[in-house]
Design a protein around this ligand. Structure first.
Ligand SMILES: [Zn+2]
Ligand SMILES: [Zn+2]
Length: 429
């Protein structure tokens, strides 16, 4: 955290060389009652000589020496925060013969200049826009005024990392968060209730109380099998044609899972990956339906890897991402050999920029796009940021046009992707 705001504000006035009258004027417009005692206390020690002009003098051992403005501080690293940046620096070689009374950090982007003051390194500048690159410098001030600026350092503030919101070692398990009657935030609105009376046992990456699972400890199916993937999307009138062979553009594990694979003891997936054609005509200009609709257990869309995505449920109606064993790209085949994910694969070509909205990662059967973990300004999203279908609306570039449109997002937490269809889905397999 930075210094208290009031300290920075008051000090800033002095360091910019304002007159007392100027301070009073600022003081009136600021209408901050707290400023009065702080200001008078400050003036006991520091309000003299604040004209911002040339050299002043100070007594030193009975003689008088001219004080000049201090040299430029040496800039250090800038550390991005959520709407802020912490600017490190070292003191100038010369203090100009007078004690340095403070430092000012300035971060600029275009016409925006954000300023913060402090007594020492680092100084935290607040009020920055996440996802915007700023150039930051630091100046030192003594009784003679403010010296030259340091060199610049650049920084792009961003919201905190997803791990800050969802601990990857303790992800809440979604078992039971299934509704067959109505959509609910954090649930899958499922067209069927596949609950099995005898679900498989618990895996070691599931906590003893069964409430969380550890994504850092979960096994992945071994192997690095490459596939001749074909995948093309193109707009034809009101339709987004999606054609491919259903095989992913990344490597997969060995399926059926080998007897020698440690994953086999937890998930004996007997299926072999097969090419199953995709030839879908999705709505190119989707609109929200009057009411959201449920998702089935098969494909609900496709990722840009060319492989299908299913909802978060396994065949027993449990949290598939927590319980099923997928390969290191988060996919596995089902009975018909269809390779599919239950969350967004970590092997997609388009990766997140921590300071920006996630790129498109796939298309859902109602034609709306699926995006990654980050919303506007790079903010990691949780269920609380999204509606019951796991999406939201804001300006995006879609089909090359900047437009406000609904879209789905991935999250680190269940249901990981789509909770229900916001638009009207076409039948896909
Ligand atoms: Zn599955
Ligand atoms: Zn978004």
């Amino acid at each position: 955290m930075g210094r208290p705001r009031q300290q920075r504000r008051v000090a800033s006035v002095r360091w910019r060389g304002a007159t007392l009258q100027g301070i009073a004027g600022w003081f009136l417009t600021a209408r901050r009652l707290w400023a009065a005692p702080v200001l008078s206390a400050l003036c006991l020690t520091a309000c003299g000589g604040g004209d911002g002009g040339g050299p002043t003098t100070s007594a030193s051992g009975g003689t008088t020496v001219a004080v000049t403005r201090p040299g430029a501080p040496t800039i250090g690293n800038a550390t991005a925060g959520d709407g802020s940046a912490s600017i490190a620096f070292t003191a100038p070689a010369s203090n100009g013969g007078g004690a340095i009374s403070g430092y000012t950090a300035t971060c600029s982007a275009g016409a925006a200049n954000l300023i913060a003051n402090g007594a020492a390194s680092p100084i935290t500048v607040t009020g920055l826009t996440n996802g915007t690159a700023y150039s930051c410098t630091v100046t030192a001030t003594n009784s003679a005024g403010t010296g030259a600026a340091s060199g610049a350092t650049s920084v792009t503030p961003a919201a905190s990392a997803p791990s800050a919101a969802i601990d990857p070692a303790r992800i809440p398990i979604g078992d039971g968060k299934l509704s067959t009657t109505m959509p609910r935030v954090g649930f899958v609105f499922s067209c069927t209730n596949p609950s099995s009376p005898n679900p498989p046992g618990k895996s070691p990456w599931v906590s003893a109380d069964g409430l969380t699972w550890d994504s850092t400890a979960k096994l992945a199916v071994q192997g690095a099998v490459t596939w001749a993937s074909s995948f093309v999307t193109q707009i034809a009138g009101n339709s987004r044609q999606v054609d491919g062979n259903g095989l992913p553009s990344h490597v997969t594990g060995n399926f059926p899972i080998a007897a020698t694979d440690p994953a086999r003891q937890y998930d004996a997936n007997p299926n072999r990956i097969q090419s199953v054609a995709i030839a879908w005509g999705l709505p190119a200009n989707p609109v929200a339906a009057p009411n959201p609709t449920c998702t089935g257990l098969g494909a609900i869309g496709v990722l840009l890897s060319g492989a299908r995505i299913f909802n978060a449920l396994d065949a027993d109606g449990r949290d598939a991402v927590a319980h099923e064993v997928q390969d290191s790209c988060d996919g596995h085949p089902q009975g018909a050999g269809i390779y599919h994910y239950h969350n967004v694969s970590r092997c997609l070509q388009a990766q997140d920029d921590p300071a920006a909205h996630s790129p498109l990662v796939g298309y859902i059967a109602d034609g709306f796009g699926l995006y990654g973990l980050r919303g506007e300004g790079g903010k990691p999203l949780t269920n609380a940021d999204l509606d019951e279908c796991h999406g939201h609306s804001h300006a995006l570039t879609i089909n090359g046009v900047q437009t406000v449109q609904y879209h789905y997002h991935a999250t680190k937490e269940y249901p990981y992707t789509v909770g229900c269809y916001r638009g009207t889905p076409v039948a896909i397999r």
